[in-house]
Design a protein around this ligand. Structure first.
Ligand SMILES: [Zn+2]
Length: 148
């Protein structure tokens, strides 16, 4: 059994990780972390916000190395701003084995264990890792075919 390091932000039962976002039913804006007090974009009340599971998948928008940090995770590690395919721009840690992440790289989340609870359960949070190379899109296939 897994426990969320930050309860309410993701579904620990999902594998791969799923983020717990909200969607505004009035204007369609998607939020992560989940928005509870109403929609920032159109002013809809919280009654119009719906919990929405978001795929933890997107593109690196910005990167920052953290060299000095007290607590967990131990430094150095990399924080990325990730543009989720689902819409929101989020900040998240990258998995430790990422060697040379680049802006615009595609990433998706895996679970990392950050500690052990009093009851012996693993405490987990999502960390992003460069996604395996995607299959060629129809567009790319057409371009590559034209060049050869
Ligand atoms: Zn809205």
């Amino acid at each position: 059994m897994r426990i969320a390091a930050h309860p309410g932000l993701y579904d620990v039962e999902a594998d791969p990780p799923t983020l717990s976002g909200t969607t505004c039913m009035r204007c369609g804006r998607v939020y992560f972390p989940p928005m509870a007090i109403g929609c920032e974009a159109c002013g809809a009340s919280e009654a119009q916000l719906r919990p929405t599971p978001l795929a933890a998948r997107g593109t690196i928008h910005a990167l920052a190395q953290v060299h000095l940090h007290h607590g967990r995770p131990p430094a150095p590690f990399t924080i990325a701003e990730i543009q989720l395919d689902a819409g929101p721009l989020i900040r998240a840690t990258l998995a430790r084995d990422e060697e040379d992440p680049q802006i615009t790289d595609s990433v998706s989340a895996i679970w990392i264990v950050t500690g052990t609870g009093d009851d012996g359960n693993e405490i987990v949070e999502p960390a992003f890792t460069t996604a395996p190379p995607a299959t060629e899109t129809a567009d790319e296939a057409a371009r590559n075919g034209g060049n050869s």
